[in-house]
Ligand binder design. Structure first.
Ligand code: BDR
Ligand code: CA
Length: 316
């Protein structure tokens, strides 16, 4: 049986890859996609999401628009420097789509999960605002889903938004804290793994030689890889990030090391605001199991997933 999934994206270049992977993989039943502010304003995330689903030939998948800013309000900060002014590396070549369904992303989560009780993985790959709003709409959500596989956080790795905080969590720490506190199984695909699974120029060439979806992604990735070359790696290279959370939920990621531990989000106003504080003491022999721990923190995974994702998208 394919894994039923709801994606929640701030689309975004790596989000576009996550959408294509989830939409095209035969082991995944992508029921719905929600959009959220983050990399770009939410209306741009919606437009990009609808466009990318169209390139994957999956126009029937509903796209609901979600939150335009953090749960408690406050200033918004976008990531145009990473994803380009259009969120697609300056390569956006579509028209201006709005959402395809007239409900909020949070409402869509609740309704889709109620229609598929105990079967759905929520896969948020942007700020966790919509997931926190869905929890408020339906407090029973944690026992109605299979789990939450999210891209966000950093356990042992440095942050990318601040020295210790990853962007998706740092954009809305209060929403993230609500999500990490809720009693559902969480898989945290954070910077510990997503900064180690990289796309190379050879991957990009494979995409470019593929069909419409692959060729588009190859164009879009140019800007993203240039950003990573300038800021993190010596050569053109791109951290995959968001598709890793999809693969973890679908069981297509070779997970090597992933302890299940307690995680708290720092919501203070200090320098570690937005950090995911992971209690990794359980890694050492003799440390007692952590009562109530429900967050599986990916620390190491098989990087062959990069080639698998590229091959799937190029073949579409
Ligand atoms: C995360 O932040 C966004 O820029 C990416 O799309 C990814 O979800 C990486 O920290
Ligand atoms: Ca994202």
């Amino acid at each position: 049986m394919p894994t039923k999934m709801i994606l929640d994206c701030d689309t975004g270049i790596d989000d576009a890859m996550a959408i294509m992977y989830a939409a095209l993989h035969p082991s995944i039943d992508l029921l719905a996609v929600g959009t959220v502010w983050g990399n770009v304003p939410v209306s741009m995330a919606t437009r990009n999401t609808v466009h990318v689903l169209g390139l994957a030939g999956r126009t029937a998948i509903p796209v609901a628009q979600g939150a335009a800013g953090p749960l408690l309000g406050g200033p918004v900060e976008y990531a145009f420097a990473v994803h380009g002014d259009d969120g697609q590396g300056g390569a956006y070549d579509g028209t201006d789509h709005g959402p395809s369904v007239p409900i909020s992303a949070a409402r869509q989560i609740v309704e889709t999960v109620r229609a598929n009780p105990h079967e759905v993985w929520l896969v948020p790959v942007g700020p966790l605002t919509n997931i926190a709003l869905a929890l408020a709409l339906e407090p029973a959500l944690p026992r109605l889903v299979k789990g939450v596989s999210l891209m966000g956080g950093a356990a042992l790795a440095p942050g990318n938004f601040s020295p210790v905080a990853e962007a998706n969590i740092a954009h809305d720490p209060e929403a993230a804290a609500a999500v990490f506190r809720a009693p559902w199984p969480i898989v945290m695909a954070g910077l510990d793994v997503t900064m180690k699974i990289l796309l190379t120029p050879a991957h990009r060439a494979t995409l470019a030689a593929g069909g419409a979806a692959g060729a588009y992604l190859a164009r879009v990735l140019g800007f993203y890889g240039d950003f990573y070359a300038a800021t993190a790696f010596d050569t053109w290279s791109a951290a995959i990030h968001d598709p890793i959370a999809v693969a973890a939920a679908a069981g297509t990621l070779g997970i090597r090391r992933a302890p299940t531990v307690r995680v708290e989000v720092d919501c203070t106003a200090g320098p570690s605001r937005g950090a995911t504080v992971c209690d990794l003491r359980g890694r050492h022999p003799g440390t007692p199991a952590q009562e109530g721990a429900h967050c599986t923190v990916l620390l190491d995974a098989d990087d062959t997933i990069a080639s698998d994702i590229v091959a799937l998208i190029a073949a579409a």
